[in-house]
Design a protein around this ligand. Structure first.
Ligand SMILES: Nc1ncnc2c1ncn2[C@@H]1O[C@H](COP(=O)(O)OP(=O)(O)O)[C@@H](O)[C@H]1O
Ligand SMILES: [Mg+2]
Length: 232
């Protein structure tokens, strides 16, 4: 459904991605694993149109989407939940959620949708200001805001980062449930254990290059993953 072929990205003269190829199928959870600076966020930004691809192509259901601005990509069904959630601090939970509903199809039904997403996170309060939320609640509102656009693919950038284990479990439970709603997932993680528990398949990114790919059980048994990422 999402097909990334030979994508390269430069920041000025510095090359951040080298001929990256990646696939996401219908109702699939795919992990993208890599150390700090590997290029994971860069790839998510390239998919969501935040930065330009220098070469290569990104297709959604056979249609090129690289080159489109971020709001168009959201309308085409790809939601990007950025690192740390990035909420509007002075706005309430409800206002932050409404901002996620700007694609026309979602806007018409936004009140209905807000009720739907709040059912997934029952302890969030609509009127609470974003700046007063805990880290875990911020991440949950960010996920809920992403879901407000009625996406078919969700891109998560290190959703477990900085959260207490019990909150991580809650976030992962929600991510794991998305394929049942017809939503595919690209899960960026530094935490390999968490990522491969949740994902069907995974890719390992090192210095801007995909160096390994496979299904989660296979990957957990490779020497590279054991040595470099699990410290075994
Ligand atoms: N806006 C930018 N300008 C220049 N270099 C950048 C920029 N953003 C990221 N980089 C560089 O690109 C590389 C990949 O970064 P990033 O995609 O953020 O990695 P990751 O998310 O895997 O930690 C790093 O070397 C980083 O320093
Ligand atoms: Mg990053």
């Amino acid at each position: 459904m999402l097909k990334i072929d030979n994508v390269s990205v430069f920041y000025g003269k510095i090359r951040a991605l080298w001929d990256v190829c990646l696939r996401i199928g219908e109702n699939e959870i795919v992990a993208l694993i890599g150390a700090n600076g590997a290029g994971k966020t860069t790839l998510l930004k390239a998919i969501s149109g935040v930065i330009r691809v220098s070469s290569g192509s990104i297709e959604l259901d056979g249609k090129r989407i690289d080159g489109y601005p971020p709001h168009k990509i959201v309308e085409m069904g790809i939601a990007h939940i950025p690192e740390g959630g990035r909420l509007f601090a002075e706005m309430s939970v409800k206002e932050n959620l409404e901002l996620g509903a700007f694609p026309i199809r979602a806007w018409k039904k936004k009140n209905h949708e807000i009720r739907n997403v709040l059912r997934i996170f029952p302890h969030l309060r609509e009127t609470q200001l974003a700046k007063t939320l805990s880290g875990g609640e911020r991440q949950m509102v960010a996920i809920a805001r992403g879901l407000m656009s009625k996406p078919r693919i969700c891109l998560f950038d290190e959703p477990s980062y900085g959260l207490a284990p019990v909150v991580v479990s809650e976030v992962m439970r929600v991510i794991r449930s998305l394929p049942n709603e017809g939503i595919s997932v690209l899960l960026v993680e530094q935490n390999v254990h968490i990522a491969l528990q949740v994902a069907d398949r995974g890719y390992v990114l090192e210095n801007g290059r995909i160096v390994l790919e496979g299904n989660s059980t296979e990957l957990l048994q490779t020497e590279l993953i054991k040595k470099a990422y699990l410290g075994m």
